[in-house]
Design a binder for this molecule. Structure first.
Ligand code: FES
Length: 201
């Protein structure tokens, strides 16, 4: 669960951008839906409004997979804060995204065991072959990758990734590329796991 951010810099809503009113949608996120979501947040006073900011951002992030800048501006306006503060929260917390995810989403473990077993080679492969880094999305919009510096809990299968709802371990550069290519092409990867036990290859 996200902890609440400091409120010291958040004094007025005077800096709220006017751009949220310029368009009904931003092309990706239906801003009417954002306003509908925000209509459920009815703070009684300024302090309560500030306490609802993260919940509102989480709901929008969950609904759309990210929070666009235009959506953030609506949140700022509704909860009497500044767009700058909203942007700060969106970039501070790793759970939030400010750009849409690709059709497929990968968590690439870069914890100690995975690092020792070669996750850096996978990170490098993403950069070299697909042109993306942590949080990036391939140009065709098919794959978004988030590098996890913690541990996904399957160290005996390192290096390890979670791709969409499935888990893949003992990856080499070759099997990593094969996995990505097959998933992007809509096929079922050869190495497939439906749980953390690593019982099937
Ligand atoms: S460090 Fe990657 S699964 Fe534990």
């Amino acid at each position: 669960m996200l902890s609440r951010a400091p409120l010291a810099s958040d004094q007025t809503g005077a800096q709220v951008s006017q751009t949220a009113e310029r368009a009904a949608t931003d092309g990706e996120i239906d801003l009417a839906v954002v306003r509908q979501i925000m209509s459920h947040f009815t703070p009684q006073d300024y302090q309560e409004a500030q306490e609802l900011i993260l919940s509102a951002l989480q709901e929008i992030n969950e609904h759309f997979g990210y929070v666009s800048l235009e959506a953030a501006e609506i949140v700022a306006e509704h909860l009497a804060t500044t767009a700058n503060r909203i942007y700060g929260l969106l970039t501070f917390y790793a759970d939030f995204r400010t750009e849409p995810r690709g059709n497929h989403f990968m968590l690439l473990c870069h914890g100690m065991s995975c690092y020792v077993m070669g996750s850096q080679r996978l990170v490098q492969e993403l950069a070299d072959r697909y042109g993306i880094g942590d949080g990036g999305t391939t140009r065709d919009g098919e794959l978004t990758v988030q590098v996890v510096n913690g541990c996904l809990g399957v160290c005996d299968r390192a290096p390890f990734v979670k791709l969409d709802d499935d888990y893949y371990g003992n990856l080499t550069t070759e099997s990593f590329n094969e996995l990505i290519q097959r998933v992007i092409a809509g096929g079922r990867p050869a190495q497939e796991h439906h749980g953390h036990d690593g019982s099937a290859d």
